[in-house]
Design a binder for this molecule. Structure first.
Ligand code: C2E
Ligand code: SIN
Ligand code: SIN
Ligand code: FE
Ligand code: FE
Length: 427
């Protein structure tokens, strides 16, 4: 098989690097540089960190036709895996769950990634299973073993801002030739990918800041245990993205549209409960069932949330308003708040609930994601439910609380949703 053939090529690395490192730069064709710069421009347009990492990794892999890759970002002095792509695993239905990894590496010479972060220099490895004798790092086989994948050639580059600050590393795996056989990375790959990584680092840092500001906003808004709130919104957003993506494939949406919606949906979904900012602590943190009056106050969070987005100007505002307002509507029309004529009216409590496809898709998706997460988590007013009881509830509510098509999708991607739950378990 192609992957094993490539192992015969060993030690290519050090040699050709010394020979031609210098004039490789001039060999970089002008139009390639132009291409990288215009990609960098495009990266600045992408606001959500996950969409951005997705694009950065995709473009970096494209240069070397690499099968897989991951980005680790610096968090609390460690490298935390933030994003994974793997074409081989994505082609298999059962492989997708491995893309939600949750591990951290120390910045030291024990792993390739740690070594690159330590030295701030790119590293080419021809075959991860046959490392050169003298190197300090080892290859960790646990990912290959659990996912039945075979890592061979590896290119790891540091992500460094123009101010010299290390923000993480990018690792791309298994370069291929035109016949899809795995080959080693070349020195040109290294130069192009490093150049690109340095340009991408600035956008990544900006997008990370946006995400952090939003998470802080949510913490302030919810006045809950901050740790749990961050994990809750991250999970709801990730579930929503995956449910949407599967829905979009079923409904033959274009690749471009899917990318665009994923970008705004993730942030909008995170903000679904931000209207709780205006709900009294006495109600929000009540350690037990709510009275009718308290529940009436609580229901106001959907209107308060929608108001927050009504006259701002960023891309995700419309969707955020739509989700905030409609995430407690139910498919059968028994949800709240129902049609609202004037969002800013003093007392705008409402008529009968919206129904079926009259509820915006994004809100139908978040409704399912939010309830799944609420039931599988502990809340101040309830214990978490056993998994089987949660799944039974979702099955029972198909066509009642939830859009039936989305419930089918939920079960068809359940292993991915479980992997997400695992990844954001306590944050
Ligand atoms: P949340 O905790 O994020 O829950 C979101 C939704 O998950 C709920 O919307 C409901 O549809 C579903 N859910 C949560 N827990 C349960 C449960 O034990 N059984 C069932 N069948 N469904 C559940 P809902 O009911 O509109 O509530 C909106 C928000 O109101 C909740 O958000 C929570 O913040 C608050 N809330 C609801 N009930 C209580 C309560 O009894 N005590 C307190 N302190 N807060 C409550
Ligand atoms: C890992 O997956 O643990 C990272 C591999 C490495 O960089 O050594
Ligand atoms: C949360 O979003 O983590 C809190 C939901 C709640 O229990 O009110
Ligand atoms: Fe809510
Ligand atoms: Fe919620």
């Amino acid at each position: 098989m192609a992957l094993t053939e490539a192992r015969a090529v060993d030690g290519v690395t050090g040699q050709s690097y010394n020979d031609c490192g210098k004039h490789m730069i001039s060999a970089l064709k002008k139009n390639r540089v132009t291409a990288i710069l215009s990609i960098s421009e495009a990266l600045n347009q992408i606001k959500d960190i996950d969409s951005l990492l997705d694009r950065v990794l995709f473009e970096a892999r494209r240069f070397s036709r690499a099968d897989a890759g991951s980005i680790y970002l610096l968090e609390n002095q460690k490298l935390r895996i933030n994003f994974v792509q793997n074409d081989t695993l994505t082609r298999k239905e059962s492989g997708k769950k491995y893309l939600y990894q949750n591990h951290s590496l120390e910045i030291n010479d024990q792993s390739m990634a740690g070594y690159v972060a330590l030295t701030k220099k790119p590293l080419i490895i021809a075959d991860a299973y046959h490392l050169p004798q003298a190197v300090p790092y080892k290859f960790n086989r646990s990912f290959d073993e659990s996912a039945a994948y075979l890592t061979c050639s590896v290119l790891t580059v540091p992500l460094i801002t123009p101010y010299g600050k290390l923000i993480g590393i990018m690792q791309i795996i298994n370069a291929t030739d035109e016949n899809n056989s795995v080959i080693p990375f070349s020195n040109e790959d290294e130069l192009v990918v490093s150049f690109f990584a340095n340009h991408a680092a600035t956008s990544i840092e900006k997008a990370k800041m946006t995400r952090e500001i939003i998470l802080r906003m949510i913490k302030i808004a919810e006045l809950h245990d901050p740790e749990e709130t961050g994990a809750h919104v991250n999970r709801v957003a990730a579930y929503a993205i995956e449910i949407y993506s599967a829905w979009a494939l079923n409904n033959r949406k274009s690749e471009d549209e899917i990318k665009r919606i994923r970008d705004i949906l993730r942030i909008a979904a995170m903000l679904h409960d931000v209207g709780k900012v205006a709900i009294s602590d006495l109600v929000l943190k009540k350690n037990g069932p709510l009275s009718a009056d308290e529940f009436k106050q609580m229901k106001g969070h959907v209107i308060l949330g929608a108001r927050l987005f009504k006259d701002s100007t960023s891309d995700w505002d419309d969707m955020a308003a739509e989700i905030a307002l409609n995430h407690h509507e139910k498919w059968d029309g028994t949800g709240y708040p129902g049609e609202i004529t004037d969002l800013f009216a003093e007392n705008c409590s409402s008529g009968p609930g919206k129904k079926g496809a009259g509820i915006p898709l994004a809100a139908r998706i978040v409704a399912l994601a939010d309830v799944y997460d609420a039931l599988t988590s502990e809340r101040i007013y309830k214990d978490s439910w056993p998994e089987e009881k949660v799944l039974q509830h979702i099955r029972d509510q198909k066509g009642k609380h939830f859009d039936p098509e989305l419930v089918d999708i939920f079960f068809s991607i359940y292993d991915v949703l479980r992997a997400i739950k695992n990844k954001y378990s306590e944050n």
